[in-house]
Design a binder for this molecule. Structure first.
Ligand SMILES: C[S@@+](CC[C@H](N)C(=O)[O-])C[C@H]1O[C@@H](n2cnc3c(N)ncnc32)[C@H](O)[C@@H]1O
Length: 196
């Protein structure tokens, strides 16, 4: 795995305590559930410590948490035993059209644009017709006026998704407390449906 996953290996034990813990995870999970309703399998790509995934699983949803960091996944395994896979989001180990829902929370803004697009392409590939991708976008803008990357820029992500056959089908905002100050608008999430 690459440097980014290694960074999260090192951050894993402090992650939940500095990123809003269960309260932030519950707020994100509620938006994901609203935008991609149902109890069928949801693949939480870059699901980290499994906090968002376990909040979704608590509602009865079938969840699989995928992440590249063994350190983050050690926490996810405690939360969701048997529902965790270590893999690269740019090469998902799933069949085409295998899942009805994919979430990508707080990943795209960390990646080079080409890698973010590879993640979106893989999400589109594994979604079944009618399935829904929910992803965070414009992460930096939830913390201040400056966007440091185009990788998760809302308009760009929407254009890439359109090119992958994913049609915008909803959006939302999530509020929560982390170690970073959040602007009034909160974190933005967007949903895209694969054509039935
Ligand atoms: C900011 S954390 C977000 C974790 C989780 N989604 C959440 O909301 O708490 C970013 C996560 O992306 C993972 N990650 C980074 N690059 C990845 C890749 N290429 N494939 C899979 N996971 C990756 C990291 O290991 C880390 O767990």
């Amino acid at each position: 795995m690459d440097d980014l996953a290694a960074r999260y290996d090192a951050a894993a034990d402090d992650y939940d305590g500095t990123r809003g813990g269960d309260a932030r995870a519950a707020a994100v999970a509620a938006e994901v559930a609203r935008l991609a309703p149902g109890l069928g399998l949801l693949l939480d790509v870059a699901g980290g410590t499994g906090s968002v995934g376990s909040a979704l699983a608590a509602t009865g949803r079938e969840v699989l948490v995928l992440d590249a960091s063994a350190g983050m996944l050690r926490h996810a395994v405690r939360r969701l035993p048997g529902r965790v896979v270590r893999a690269d989001a740019r090469r998902l180990p799933l069949r085409d059209g295998a899942v009805p829902a994919v979430s990508v929370v707080w990943l795209l803004h960390l990646l080079p644009v080409a890698d973010a697009d590879a993640v979106l392409a893989e999400a589109a590939r594994v979604l079944r017709p009618g399935g829904v991708l929910v992803t965070t976008v414009d992460k930096d803008l939830a913390h201040g006026p400056v966007r440091r990357t185009d990788a998760d820029a809302a308009d760009r992500v929407a254009a890439v998704c359109a090119g992958l056959g994913l049609e915008a089908c909803g959006s939302g905002r999530v509020h929560g407390e982390t170690r970073w100050v959040q602007t009034g608008d909160g974190w933005r999430v967007e949903a895209f449906r694969r054509a039935p």
